[in-house]
Design a protein around this ligand. Structure first.
Ligand code: CAA
Length: 286
């Protein structure tokens, strides 16, 4: 099917990155956020991000206006009604997502593909909230979505081949590399990445090395672009905890049982870069 108009629900780190990618690649993009102020903040953030690309000489300043003119952000849910594809990207809470899928199914035409950017939750549960489970799949971008090339296309057992192919085509048209994965918690990347991140926190708790030295070790010893603590701060500690909890719920594997320090930091609202402090302090502008 031909996708022209893309709806995004959620104006967090991921929703905003996906919206920017889609608009840069020619799609008309509508974003539904919780309030008009968060919707306005999303547009301001994207304008700033595009501005940085202009400064780097990677984007013409005339292109910024064209890209921004393709985007609308509002708190009005009905704006999603005439989208060809909607990608939900709200917090990792199954009940919240189920409610949104029920609403989307009610307002969108039968032809609309409904996708979720969840990292770990069962896509089948969202598909079964709708009267069109064959048109529901996962389209999972990575953080930062404007930069990371991979998109996991998640196939719940109900999805049609047409839906999966359209989702892959959408990812390619956003200059991404799609891989198809089964609807199983963590898919490929998070199933492998999170035991590593969790074990890094365990090493810190055990006092094996400082967090700076653990990060340096993985950067300089393994060639990773950033160490585990910088990455946890980038992903967000609340998101990381939800991912580990969902992985543990599915597999009951001790490697996925969140280390207590992570849970305590989330309770203390030390959420990473987005809250100004996580394992590192960003108030000085790291
Ligand atoms: N649009 C297009 N390109 C952009 C951009 C934008 N909005 N913002 C930045 N870029 C480009 C930059 O121009 C730059 O390209 P060049 O090197 O060619 O100039 C490149 O992206 C890198 O940007 P920066 O120079 O600002 O930053 P950096 O070099 O310090 O890299 C990083 C930052 C990309 C985050 C890098 O450290 C990295 O790859 N880290 C690993 C991130 C990772 O592992 N992510 C996955 C997390 S797991 C996940 O997301 C799954 C989940 O479900 C939680």
């Amino acid at each position: 099917m031909q996708i022209k108009r893309v709806g995004i629900i959620g104006s967090g780190i991921m929703g905003s990155g996906i919206a920017e990618c889609a608009a840069r690649n020619g799609y008309e993009v509508v974003v539904r956020s919780r309030s008009q102020s968060t919707a306005d903040a999303l547009l301001a953030g994207i304008e700033k991000s595009l501005g940085k690309q202009v400064e780097k000489g990677k984007l013409g300043s005339d292109e910024v206006d064209t890209i921004l003119s393709r985007m609308t952000a509002t708190s009005d849910f009905s704006i999603l009604a005439d989208c060809d594809l909607v990608i939900e990207s709200v917090l990792e809470d199954l009940q919240t997502k189920k409610h949104l899928f029920l609403e989307l199914d009610r307002i969108c035409p039968d032809s609309t593909i409904l996708a979720t950017n969840t990292s770990t939750l069962p896509v089948i549960e969202l598909a079964m909230e709708t009267g069109r489970p064959e048109k529901v799949c996962g389209i999972h971008f990575f953080n930062p979505a404007t930069v990371m090339k991979l998109v996991e296309i998640v196939r719940p057992i109900t999805a049609s081949n047409d839906t999966i192919e359209s989702a892959k085509e959408f990812a390619r048209s956003c200059a991404k590399t799609p891989v198809e994965v089964r609807d199983q918690a963590g898919f490929v990347v998070n199933a492998l990445l999170f035991p590593y991140l969790n074990n890094a926190i365990r090493l810190l708790e055990q006092g094996v090395a400082s967090l700076e030295d653990i990060d340096t070790s993985m950067k300089e010893g393994c060639g990773f672009p950033m160490g585990p603590f910088a990455l946890l701060d980038l992903i967000g500690l609340d998101t990381s905890l939800s991912i580990l909890d969902a992985l543990y719920e599915e597999y009951r594997d001790p490697n996925y049982a969140a280390v207590p320090l992570l849970r305590r930091m989330v309770s203390a609202e030390l959420l990473g870069k987005k809250s100004g402090r996580g394992f590192y302090d960003y108030h000085g502008g790291k």
